[in-house]
Design a protein around this ligand. Structure first.
Ligand code: SF4
Ligand code: SF4
Ligand code: SF4
Length: 528
């Protein structure tokens, strides 16, 4: 295979990766092994998964590949990197005049500042603000899930009435759950920044703000294989410069900055003279200055220490105290339909462990939220505290957790939601139902109801004798798993049954006498 074939090969892998991950974050029902394959090759999630006992195979593969042949991850596997290439290509179609990138020096201080800010945040605050907002995979997930997915659903819903008029069947109205406005503005601002940087400066984002890009760049600057310009064959035509999205080819000096090169191999395909080639580090050290071969242009020790100090200061400012954790305060959340509901604690996705461990490992990528089969998982606003924006929480005003589903436990790439087989998930308690007789239809209107009991899959809510021959709900706390089916089904305006999170006992008794029945949601989103 000629070196010129490396570019089409890279483009094919990148297109496959981008397609699978985009569909996954749009909520398409892809087989979970396919999603997991690409999600498990993402650097930050697999590194975090190490803390949950996983092998971190994806991170090890990426490190070995980078040490061997440079930042192939950045051009073929990282969805945010590939998205930037797509944005640059699309925006170039709208330019009146031809536009080419040129060599530009590295933004070393900015690069180190963002890298150290992220790194120092990890031991201090887990997957807190910095890592969650700078991890490229999670940034991509949030963009697709929170911005693009609702837009596609709006467009779909706009088409439905016209399709019905034209007697086209099979299209129906889709629910659109928008995140809180400040969150949408935040995610939108990050995306806008990426669009501007990608369209004007190619991979500038990857070579300044992205901490993964900086780390892999540092390793790539010592990689075994790297691009080299053969000065004898080079006619200085500049075709390689025009094709370089990382602006890292210095034709005057005859060098390629390996720490910024994203190994896209565009330059290999663009060079007609065969002057651009892949060479081993040993070859480079024989033909270039020793400093070029062993040192990245931006690896000055003094600068590195300076930016580390700056990063520490920024980190201190980033780590806001956990002042509004729902564990400590009663929270009121509107259900979007009038009455506010008062919860003691936030209900997490199905996890057997504690909330703090879950929050420390979650990067708010939104994969579980996009994949949730009922739509009960929603991005949090301040419910977990200001440093845990957008992490998944159960929203029983939208839906409830399906008793027979364990989808989110299958696909979380960081292990924040560890895998739970269905029988285990069915006794894992994430919340506890609390019944308030004052709001119950039976006691207020002296009439039959029992919707909560009817939809409880474990029969933790059961009906007991009440006044005038009526029956009223009662909760058997040993059976309740906190799935929210009762709360979602309760027809009272001011819900008579609410599920609070963070239960002390995480294992419920397995229902044995009656065969459990899983409630189903009808087309209008109501379980009966
Ligand atoms: S819990 Fe959900 S949002 Fe958090 S890392 Fe896992 S899949 Fe992503
Ligand atoms: S287990 Fe529950 S929360 Fe998780 S995807 Fe299924 S329905 Fe959604
Ligand atoms: S009582 Fe409510 S929250 Fe508990 S298991 Fe039954 S339906 Fe789920």
């Amino acid at each position: 295979m000629s070196l010129r074939h490396l570019k089409p090969l890279r483009v094919a892998v990148a297109a496959l990766c981008l397609t699978v991950l985009t569909l996954a974050f749009l909520g398409a029902h892809l087989p979970h092994p396919l999603i997991s394959l690409f999600a498990s090759l993402q650097f930050v999630p697999t590194l975090i998964a190490l803390a949950t006992g996983s092998l971190a195979l994806g991170a090890i593969i990426i490190l070995v590949v980078t040490l061997t042949a440079g930042r192939i991850y950045c051009s073929a596997i990282c969805p945010l990197g590939i998205l930037q290439d797509a944005i640059a290509r699309i925006t170039s179609l709208f330019r009146r005049k031809p536009f080419f990138l040129r060599y530009a020096p590295a933004w070393t201080k900015v690069r180190h500042l963002f890298f150290w800010t992220t790194l120092l945040t990890i031991p201090l605050g887990g997957a807190g603000l910095a890592i969650a907002w700078l991890d490229p995979y999670s940034t991509f997930g949030r963009t697709v899930s929170l911005l693009i997915r609702p837009l596609i659903r709006f467009a779909h819903n706009a088409i439905v009435p016209h399709a019905e008029k034209a007697h086209v069947t099979g299209l129906y109205h889709l629910d659109i759950a928008l995140a809180a406005l400040p969150l949408l503005l935040g995610v939108g601002a990050v995306f806008l920044l990426i669009v501007v940087m990608a369209s004007l400066r190619g991979r500038l984002y990857c070579n300044t703000l992205c901490p993964v890009g900086t780390l892999l760049g540092f390793i790539a600057s010592r990689s075994w294989l790297r691009l080299k310009i053969n000065a004898d064959a080079c006619g200085k035509c500049g075709e390689c410069l025009k094709s370089c999205k990382a602006q890292c080819i210095d034709l005057k000096a005859g060098t390629v900055d390996a720490s910024r090169c994203v190994s896209c191999y565009n330059c290999l395909a663009a060079c007609d003279q065969g002057a651009m080639r892949l060479a081993t580090n040993w070859t480079v050290s024989r033909t270039t200055k020793p400093s070029d071969a062993t040192q990245p242009p931006d690896s000055g020790r003094r600068q590195f220490l300076l930016t580390a100090t700056g990063g520490a200061l920024v980190t201190g400012a980033t780590l806001l105290p956990d002042i509004s954790r729902a564990d400590d305060h009663e929270k009121k959340h509107g259900d979007g339909h009038g009455k506010k509901r008062k919860y003691k604690n936030v209900v997490t996705p199905p996890i057997a462990g504690d909330t703090d461990t879950f929050l420390a490992h979650c990067t708010a990528c939104q994969l579980c939220i996009s994949s949730c089969t009922t739509g009960v998982l929603q991005p949090a606003f301040l419910q977990y505290g200001p440093q845990h924006l957008l992490k998944p929480r159960m929203d029983y005003s939208k839906a409830f957790c399906n008793y027979t589903c364990h989808r989110c436990t299958e696909i979380c790439p960081t292990g924040a939601i560890p895998f739970l087989p269905v029988p285990q998930k069915q006794i894992t308690r994430i919340g506890m139902a609390h019944f308030n007789k004052e709001n119950c239809i039976v006691s207020v209107y002296h009439t039959d109801c029992g919707a909560c009991s009817e939809h409880c899959p474990t029969k933790a809510v059961h009906m007991v004798p009440y006044e005038g021959g009526l029956v009223i709900p009662e909760v058997d706390k040993s059976l309740c798993i906190g799935c929210g089916a009762c709360e979602f089904a309760c027809p009272a305006d001011d819900k008579a049954i609410l599920v609070h999170g963070a239960p002390k006992e995480k294992l419920a008794r397995r229902p044995s006498e009656e065969k459990p029945t899983a409630p189903t949601v009808n087309k209008d989103g109501f379980p009966f």
